[in-house]
Ligand binder design. Structure first.
Ligand code: GDP
Ligand code: MG
Length: 181
């Protein structure tokens, strides 16, 4: 009888998963990019954050027992995806954010998706933020899901002001998606 060799696991040294993950948050002003960034990095919700601040933050994380340096670029575009060069080649993944209580933010995130679809094959995650504002919802969950599937994006709804673990879960899922590339 003949047996093929079954590959069961590989050693850590040969692990091809990248140890770095550069995440870029995109979306119109006010959708909560900075609040999500700060929540992920500090576990705290900061209600008022300089709306014109754009910066890159770095954090050492462990996702599924594997260390990874997660860098987060919290962008601030005042006119949509005009000068996207600064992040297009840098990113390991894009988190395109809108706010579920704002149809304007949902419309405003679509030019970003179109730009990304034209320029790269990096994973895209569509995030409906401000889930705590469900009472004032203007964008249904299924509208979000439909838009995500049009752009082959993973979809989540979340809230920057609710529990830290649900925000961390989303960022970790993004890292997992990058590792599967
Ligand atoms: P950015 O322009 O995309 O960086 O948006 P900010 O993070 O500065 O947030 C804009 C406003 O929305 C601020 O007043 C935040 O306090 C508020 N905000 C952000 N995330 C949430 C959220 O999940 N729920 C609620 N209720 N407000 C939020
Ligand atoms: Mg901001």
């Amino acid at each position: 009888m003949m047996f093929g060799k079954v590959k069961t696991c590989h050693s850590a040294a040969a692990d091809p998963r990248p140890a770095e993950c550069n995440l870029v948050l995109l979306g119109v002003m006010g959708c909560g990019k900075s609040a999500l960034t700060v929540k992920f990095l500090t576990k705290r919700f900061i209600g008022e954050y300089d709306p014109y601040l754009e910066d890159i933050y770095s954090s050492e994380e462990k996702v599924d027992q594997q260390p990874v340096t997660v860098r987060v670029m919290d962008t601030c575009d005042q006119e949509g995806p005009m000068n996207s060069e600064r992040y297009l080649s840098w990113a390991s993944a894009f988190l395109v954010v809108y706010s579920v209580d704002s149809m304007q933010s949902f419309a405003g995130c679509q030019p970003y998706l179109q730009t990304l679809a034209l320029h790269n094959k990096t994973p895209i995650i569509l995030l409906g933020n401000k889930l705590d504002m469900d009472r004032y919802r203007q964008v249904s969950r299924s509208e979000g899901e439909r838009l995500a599937s049009r752009f082959h994006a993973t979809f989540f709804e979340l809230s920057a002001c609710q529990d830290f673990l649900s925000v961390q879960h989303v960022f970790y899922e993004v890292v997992r998606r990058v590792r599967r590339m």
